[in-house]
Design a protein around this ligand. Structure first.
Ligand code: NG1
Length: 530
């Protein structure tokens, strides 16, 4: 249950959205779709290699008031009028086109590795530029192609839709505003078209993941799973292999010492994943995929020239045990045993300058054992990346040590839950140490941090946090720190004093930049009275 003040604030927000919808579109909305942002407590840049992560939904969210449009004349079949309460985001009208000639490879680049030959719906998404409506279109894509395509065997047409958005998840801050936008949009289009019934949470996560790829980022499923599946009071341990699964894990709550809660602090360095994807996010995806093949070869594991196994799959092949027989504890001990093998990837050549310990494109192709043409087809035809040196060793080391830390984090929480009597402070210290180690790895091996975020984590530790780390994709965005609940105010005051970009902020802006958060509920749709 939210506290009374939060409930009252939310009621005002929902009412305002409904009233504004009516003013703009001349009719009442039928539903409100809501999807929260998430804070990833631990497990960074490992979802796309299919290792488990540990997120919780945050209270900040995206709301969409929605309903069938009466403006068919201006929007056409399945046309959309999308407005945003934030005046920064201009109203948009767009109509999907059903193309019988199929989708070209160029149009699909970054969205899928195969070229669709069949007829399909199309919406123009400009991947070179960040546009708010791209996330709305991305949400629409999956609904159209799943429920209104020739393949779905239906003659039905999508209905025209009116949408009004409002959001409280800061964008580009690592709290997954993009996934919240795509999940909420997917939900809105499903609901207004009467297709939500029969769509399971797992299917919704898969649709949202596919949909988000349309914006040009080859993300894993962490954010979408958290936004859809999370429940209040718990984080979730979300696993992606051999299939998507999620386990709610309550965080330890000691009785005689104050419990610890999570504080998010935005560095105010905005990192736009879609725009920087080729030298940041998508590059990490490609580096880890190529590393998996190279490691597989070094370990003499079976590999076909056309497949693209992830590091998680390589671990399974190395173990030789069917995945279904593996328990979490086994995965943990498997990773521990596997860690020395990673050293095989460490570049050994002498005469390299520091910072040049990666491999060039030419070297990487040689190490893959593929011809240049095969390599391009498998690893580069669907994504654009740019780097002088590709860091196969560092990224792999980050992936396996981080995957291990997630399992250790989960284990500490599960053990704490099973403990009779009070929890020692040591439990919180153990969680904190894992957060710190995760940050160090993100900063030095994954290289997804930035000086401002590193500074925030240092300040957080000095201000008494049990642990502090970057959360989300990185290169800016937020930190998450584990802080004793009775010290949160003092903690925030110290960060404000220490972090120069916070000093000039008004109280309201500061509340937006740094805030304590409790695990909140996942996405839902609210049906409004007619
Ligand atoms: P955020 O923080 O939302 O940009 C991204 C990916 C996740 C995950 C993290 C890094 C998207 C939508 N999300 O999160 O899947 O890979 O980075 O752990 O791209």
């Amino acid at each position: 249950m939210p506290d009374l003040q939060t409930a009252a604030e939310q009621a005002v927000r929902y009412n305002n959205l409904v009233e504004e919808f009516e003013k703009r579109f001349g009719h009442k909305p039928s539903y409100i779709a809501r999807a929260p942002g998430r804070v990833n407590l631990i497990g960074e840049h490992i979802d796309y290699v299919l290792f488990g992560c540990f997120p919780a939904a945050v209270e900040r969210d995206i709301l969409i008031a929605c309903g069938p449009s009466s403006a068919t004349a201006s929007t056409g079949t399945g046309g959309v009028q999308a407005h945003n309460l934030n005046p920064k985001y201009q109203p948009q009208t767009f109509v999907p086109m059903f193309k019988t000639g199929g989708i070209t490879a160029a149009e699909e680049a970054g969205a899928a590795s195969t070229v669709h030959a069949e007829a399909a719906w199309q919406l123009d998404i400009d991947k070179r530029e960040l546009r708010w409506e791209s996330y709305v279109k991305a949400g629409y894509y999956g609904v159209l192609n799943r429920f209104f395509s020739a393949a779905s065997g239906t003659q039905e047409h999508p209905v025209p839709v009116d949408l009004l958005f409002t959001g409280s998840v800061p964008s580009g801050s690592g709290l997954s505003s993009s996934a919240a936008m795509v999940v909420a949009s997917t939900l809105a289009f499903l609901t207004v078209n009467n297709k939500l019934e029969g769509v399971s949470k797992g299917q919704l996560v898969e649709m949202a993941m596919e949909n988000e790829k349309r914006v040009g980022v080859n993300s894993g499923g962490l954010d979408q799973a958290a936004s859809v599946i999370c429940t209040p009071h718990s984080a979730i341990f979300v696993n992606f292999y051999p299939k998507l699964s999620a386990e709610p894990i309550p965080l330890p709550t000691p009785r005689t010492i104050p419990r610890a809660i999570f504080v998010c602090a935005n560095s105010l360095v905005v990192s736009d994943k879609a725009v920087t994807a080729k030298f940041h996010y998508n590059l990490r995806v490609v580096e880890t995929l190529v590393a998996a093949r190279v490691l597989g070869r070094l370990l003499n594991l079976p590999l076909t020239p056309t497949e693209r196994p992830t590091l998680r799959v390589i671990l399974t092949r190395w173990l030789g045990t069917p995945e279904a027989d593996l328990e979490k504890e086994d995965v943990k001990s498997a990773i521990e045993r596997f860690l020395p093998e990673i050293e095989k990837l460490r570049p050994t050549r002498e005469g390299r300058e520091p910072g040049e310990e990666g491999v060039t494109m030419k070297e990487m192709i040689e190490l893959s054992g593929l011809s240049e043409e095969q390599f391009n087809q498998v690893y580069l035809s669907w994504v654009e990346v740019e780097a002088e040196y590709f860091q196969l060793y560092k990224r792999t080391r980050h992936v396996f040590t981080e995957a291990l830390r997630v399992l250790e984090f989960r284990e500490v929480c599960v053990r704490a839950q099973a403990t009779e009597g009070d929890l020692p402070e040591e439990t919180l210290k153990q969680l904190g140490a894992l957060l710190d180690a995760s940050h160090e790895s993100c900063s030095t091996l994954c290289e997804s941090s930035c000086p401002e975020v590193d500074e925030l984590t240092r300040l957080a530790k000095a201000a008494g946090a049990y642990g502090s780390r970057i959360t989300g994709a990185g290169w800016g965005g937020c930190t998450v720190s584990l802080v004793a609940e009775d010290r949160v105010e003092e903690f925030i005051a110290k960060i404000k004093e220490g972090y120069a970009p916070y000093r000039e902020l008004s109280d309201e802006k500061l509340r937006d930049a740094i805030f304590a958060t409790k695990p909140s509920s996942g996405a839902f749709v609210l049906k409004l009275d007619a």
